[in-house]
Write a protein that binds this ligand. Structure first.
Ligand code: ZN
Length: 61
């Protein structure tokens, strides 16, 4: 029996996966996925990273 409310997040595929802002890697259910959010011009912005290393590389550049 399929419960449609429990599948949220289980079916992320490469079509709608976010990309790492540093290396461009598709992030699919990665345990090291990091999201940085900030507010710019009154809008919440998101930036995705595949790992802490990529997040730090982005900050450093
Ligand atoms: Zn990356």
């Amino acid at each position: 029996m399929v419960d449609p409310t429990s599948s949220l997040g289980d079916d992320v595929d490469e079509e709608n996966a976010p990309e790492c802002a540093t290396c461009g890697e598709k992030i699919v259910q990665s345990p090291t996925h990091r999201v940085v959010t900030w507010v710019e011009d009154g809008t919440v912005q998101h930036r995705h990273f595949c790992s802490d290393d990529c997040r730090e590389s982005y900050d450093a550049s």
